[in-house]
Design a protein around this ligand. Structure first.
Ligand SMILES: C[S@@+](CC[C@H](N)C(=O)[O-])C[C@H]1O[C@@H](n2cnc3c(N)ncnc32)[C@H](O)[C@@H]1O
Length: 355
């Protein structure tokens, strides 16, 4: 596979509309769209997506861009915080621990966990726009002495072997084009005995690739969320085992934890609930009309209305796939690097004459 991230790490001077044209091409049947093309360009694909979508995310979600088991008694924001703390507990974040937040967004979870645990957290993100915004939020929180953002691709981490104490990642590894390659890279940098906790997005065993409806829904979901492909729960578990980790926990929380609300509650449109009107497809159409007018007046960049609509369609696909049970964004796993393993199993296998 080529390494598109290298070029991607340079700040892109492209304007919003041109970024959108490139992004749309990866999902069009007539352009560069195709599974192989999306995987090969995974880093540029996700980075373009977040160039286009970050402001919408911050307006809609705040600074933590992830799903969580939603507890009625905690509310939506409280549930996100509660879920974030779970990553700190299972990976042992505490004063003096050096941890990575893989795919850290603008740093909502990172700032929360650095403040509550005292750990030194390095946020990894390959989108320069988010890194700039996150760095400002980190400075505002007066955490820049202990934490930082690093503009890097999590498939090729800029750290020495066995140097990181703990790693967590919330809703970012769905952007990885190859789970086993990612886990081998994490195994390499993690110190022996260190733990990793992740929340991943997967298709379930109910997903049937032979059904056109399932495939179309997944494609819509991937386009609306900047994903090159989507692995199954089984494939992720196998990839973890193949990478040398000891699996301590592997669960689909969407199925296993009864919390009162389904995970897609914040995205769904409940008829008759005034605040949910904004998610009604008709209201989305009106907002798009207004945005198109603003584009003509050059008050917002070309492409804003398309991105607004694409995100709405992506959210609809998430809700529908969740209701059909063919998809889950709550595959939660905790793994440990065995004490006696200091090197990368891929390297070991190469040295022993393996493939
Ligand atoms: C859905 S957001 C989650 C952000 C954050 N974890 C949170 O919960 O707020 C996914 C994040 O992964 C980052 N990302 C995607 N692909 C990446 C890659 N190859 N290397 C580093 N970061 C990546 C995106 O830029 C984005 O910040």
């Amino acid at each position: 596979m080529s390494s598109p991230c290298k070029g991607e790490l340079a700040n892109s001077p492209m304007e919003y509309g041109a970024k959108l044209d490139e992004y749309r091409d990866w999902f069009s049947e007539t352009g560069d769209g195709g599974d192989e093309e999306r995987r090969a360009n995974y880093a540029a694909l996700s980075s373009r997506y977040y160039d286009l979508a970050t402001i919408f995310y911050e307006v809609g979600w705040g600074r933590s861009f992830h799903f969580a088991p939603l507890h009625r008694k905690l509310g939506r924001k409280g549930s996100l915080r509660h879920y974030e703390r779970r990553f700190a507990e299972v990976t042992g974040l505490a004063e003096g621990v050096v941890a990575l937040d893989l795919g850290c967004g603008v740093g909502g979870p990172l700032i929360h966990l650095a403040q509550t645990t005292g750990a030194d957290i390095i946020g990894i993100n390959n989108n320069s726009f988010q890194v700039r915004r996150g760095t400002r939020y980190l400075e505002k929180a007066e955490l820049e002495g202990r934490c930082r953002f690093v503009l890097a691709d999590f498939m090729e981490l800029p750290f020495e072997d066995n140097t990181i104490d703990a790693i967590y990642s919330i809703d970012a590894i769905p952007h990885a084009p190859d789970k086993e390659a990612l886990f081998r890279e994490l195994f390499r940098v993690l110190r022996p005995g260190g733990r990793i906790a992740c929340s991943d997005w997967c298709v379930t065993e109910t997903f049937d690739a032979g059904k056109a409806e399932h495939r179309a829904l997944l494609r819509k979901l991937e386009m609306g969320n900047g994903l090159p492909c989507t692995a199954s729960c089984l494939q992720v578990k196998q990839a973890l085992g193949n990478s040398g980790f000891e699996i301590l926990e592997f669960r689909d929380l969407a199925r296993e934890e009864e919390t009162g609300w389904p995970w897609y509650e914040p995205l769904s449109h409940r008829p008759g609930v005034p605040v949910d009107l904004i998610k009604d497809p008709r209201v989305r159409g009106w907002i798009n009309g207004v945005l198109r007018g603003l584009e003509r007046l050059r008050l917002v960049p070309r492409g804003t209305s398309f991105v607004h609509d694409m995100l709405g369609r992506g959210a609809e696909a998430l809700v529908k796939a969740g209701q059909m049970g063919i998809f889950t964004p709550l595959v939660f796993f905790v793994v440990r690097k065995p004490d006696n393993s200091c090197s990368n199993p891929a390297e070991e296998s190469r040295q022993n004459g393996g493939t």
